[in-house]
Design a protein around this ligand. Structure first.
Ligand code: BG6
Length: 478
């Protein structure tokens, strides 16, 4: 007999997106340019993200898919109606900072931008869907990048505070669930999208990276403070990538190495945002990399007093570590490092598929922090084939999601406090790392392609009907 899983009552089932990957309308409503607007589509993007010295300019000969996204800016009603048809309880989206403050450093917000999200939140509530809002998701105003060097400059904290105060005041009766920075720890791997600057060619990356983190921690704690003041019943979370890190084998040197990598990548940011202080292990790392932070009076007290209410995290893959790696051992698509795990298969983009890793992630996080967890991203990027009759049989996606949902069910049985699950890219959208449309995650297909062609028409994949059944049974029929 098949096992059935019990998820808590009120579990927030739904889907997740980000403004820059979905909205389009990049010049409409007085929106300013942001980082995603200067990232070209295709494999070239990966190179830009990984290498120093990016100039943040638009090249007229290149294609910029985020300019159009999937046109949610105009089609949000149709899309939200489809989410409602699946039965979403929650929908995760981000607010584009540049719709509210087009250059980031203005004193007054842009009314057209504010009004757009009013319409979106109203539409969601009309269908009984709870908005879950990421305040900053890889879309810093380009002006802040160019004029201030992104999060290198402490002044950006003030601009962020202004932005956050504007959206909390405006949406205080419409949005209860918030997250500050998307995948904040991704700044360790991809500073451009996350920290808003490119490392200079000859520059030592350590000091600017960790100083920028410090500024983000201040901004995040400030947002928690303001959020609790302005919206007393709000829940404000952090958001990290959590890729549980395994030792390649039982050689203690590899075990220690895996532990160090795990602490730096998976735990460092969460420790500050959840426990409200820099973890002890980071002192040695700072010393060894000559990092001395500029910390202002009051910063550390702010961290301590304004910790997050829950941990949002993305889970796509685990990571396997070994102290000495040969080039052949390194997994092609392992965006955050490590070696190939001989027990796992990978997606077409080389992301290793590991459902048990989600159970491990949930247990590790809950053991360490004991506050509610929210899986706010998980999913399979895959090529989809449209049959002649228009149907799409994405059984591979169903299999992937089913195994991950079961792993969550096991974790709940293990005693983990879990609030919800929003599957990434619930509607096909532009990939963040490769700028492709063809890397699809959705339950809803969007007819739009890497060369820019396509009608933007929406259609339901097989997984659409499967997920609907999962939600209506609160995860029992997975
Ligand atoms: C996360 C991001 O890294 O993973 C999303 O928060 C992103 O913005 C998602 O889209 C999937 O990654 P990709 O590169 O396949 O789009």
């Amino acid at each position: 007999k098949q096992k059935t899983y019990k998820f808590p009552a009120g579990f927030l089932w739904g889907g997740a997106t980000a403004a820059n990957q979905m909205e389009g309308g990049f010049h409409e409503g007085n929106k300013g340019l942001n980082i995603a607007d200067v990232l070209p589509g295709g494999k070239e993007r990966l190179k830009i993200l990984a290498e120093p010295g990016f100039n943040f300019e638009i090249d007229p000969d290149k294609y910029y898919p985020n300019h159009e996204g999937i046109d949610f800016y105009h089609r949000y009603k149709e899309d939200i109606a489809l989410f409602a048809e699946i039965g979403f309880k929650a929908f995760r989206l981000s607010i584009a900072w540049t719709r509210i403050f087009p250059n980031g450093d203005e004193l007054e917000p842009n009314e057209e931008g504010l009004a757009f999200y009013d319409r979106v939140f109203d539409e969601l509530h009309k269908h009984g869907i709870e908005p879950v809002v990421t305040i900053s998701h890889y879309e810093m105003p380009l002006n802040l990048v160019k004029e201030y060097g992104g999060w290198r400059d402490r002044k950006v904290v003030t601009f962020f505070e202004r932005y956050v105060a504007a959206i909390f005041n405006r949406y205080k009766n419409k949005v209860k669930y918030w997250m500050t920075f998307n995948e904040i720890n991704s700044g360790l791997a991809f500073p451009i999208m996350s920290l808003g600057f490119s490392i200079e060619k000859e520059e030592d990356k350590f000091k600017p990276t960790f100083q920028a983190f410090h500024h983000q921690f201040v901004a995040s704690a400030m947002a928690v403070k303001l959020g609790h003041e302005i919206i007393p019943d709000s829940k404000i979370g952090c958001m990290i990538i959590f890729a549980p890190t395994y030792s390649f084998d039982s050689n203690p040197e590899n075990v220690m190495h895996a532990l160090q990598e795990e602490r730096l990548f998976n735990n460092f940011c969460g420790d500050v945002q959840v426990r409200g202080e820099y973890p002890a292990f980071i002192n040695r790392y700072f010393k060894e990399h000559n990092i001395e932070l500029d910390i202002e009076e009051g910063d550390l007290a702010l961290f301590k007093e304004h910790t997050v209410d829950y941990i949002g995290f993305s889970y796509y893959m685990s990571r396997t570590e070994k102290k000495e790696k040969t080039p052949e051992e390194i997994g092609e698509g392992n965006m955050i490092g490590g070696v190939k795990n001989p027990f796992l298969q990978a997606s077409d983009w080389g992301w290793e598929i590991d459902p048990e890793g989600l159970r491990i992630a949930l247990n590790k996080l809950y053991d360490r922090y004991q506050i509610p967890l929210f899986v706010v991203e998980n999913g399979l990027g895959a090529y989809d084939k449209v049959e002649e009759d228009g149907s799409i049989h994405d059984d591979y996606r169903i299999d992937y999601l089913r195994e991950h949902i079961k792993a969550m069910g096991e974790a709940v049985e293990d005693g983990v406090g879990l609030m919800g699950y929003t599957a990434w890219g619930c509607i096909d959208l532009v990939s963040a790392s490769s700028g492709e449309y063809s890397k699809r995650y959705g339950f809803i297909y969007v007819d739009k392609h890497d060369d820019g062609s396509g009608t933007m028409d929406r259609s339901r994949k097989k997984s659409f009907f499967w997920y609907k059944d999962v939600i209506s049974s609160n995860g029992e029929r997975v």
